[in-house]
Design a protein around this ligand. Sequence first.
Ligand SMILES: C[S@@+](CC[C@H](N)C(=O)[O-])C[C@H]1O[C@@H](n2cnc3c(N)ncnc32)[C@H](O)[C@@H]1O
Length: 248
Amino acid sequence: MVDGADAAGWSEVAAGWSALWGSFAAPAQDKLIARCGIGSGTRVLDVGCGSGEFLARLRAIGAEPVGADPAPAMAAAASVHAPVVEADAEHLPFDAGRFDVVTAVNALQFADDTVGALREFARVVVPGGRIGIANWAEAARSDIDVIERAVAEALDEEQHPDGPLRPAGGIEDTMMDAGLEVVASGIVATPWRAGDDTTLVRGILLGEDAATLTELHGVVVAAAAPFRGADGGYVLRNHFRWAVAVTD
Ligand SMILES: C[S@@+](CC[C@H](N)C(=O)[O-])C[C@H]1O[C@@H](n2cnc3c(N)ncnc32)[C@H](O)[C@@H]1O
């Protein structure tokens, strides 16, 4: 999987991200839509919008979405669905109070300063506006961890430890550090599906070159065996945690 905050790296995988991962966080998006009160006419900024699948969903329910992402190819892909600016979470090129809601799905962890980013989100929402964050839960709550551990072992690498946003209470603590009042939070299943071995390996090793895909194909397929169905496809039962805060 892609890891890190490198905008050029995210640009390189924009098409693959959209095809393989762009929609799997929809159950977490649903929580943010409901608990941020997003509906017809709601002005929503989605930070780290990636290839824009959430923007498309927001538009479909009548909201007025805008995207922000520092990776040019991600921003270009997303701009099919809504206006998108190339910007990172800590430096949003918008006036104070421009939006009713700011969301970030699987993106806040890439900010150098997550508390600073949340303060920036609070700046661009109206007083009493909502901020909705969703992120991978701790590794132990997701099947993908089994496969990533096998890959790390094959490469003789240390697996990345869980970041501070991932465990229970992690998003809420960061929101409170930013001076926000948390009004709702929870955990939601975000299963990821791959129809065959090739799709599985491409998804797990997104961003790796062809030689690495070939080298690690057997490792990934063997590690994913517990998650393979009778049809030869895979379902990884992963989870996201989410939280919603309100500004003063
Ligand atoms: C894992 S993708 C998630 C994309 C989308 N939110 C989704 O759920 O499909 C992470 C996105 O965060 C963006 N990103 C990286 N660093 C960022 C930063 N400092 N601020 C905002 N977004 C960032 C990447 O360019 C990438 O598009």
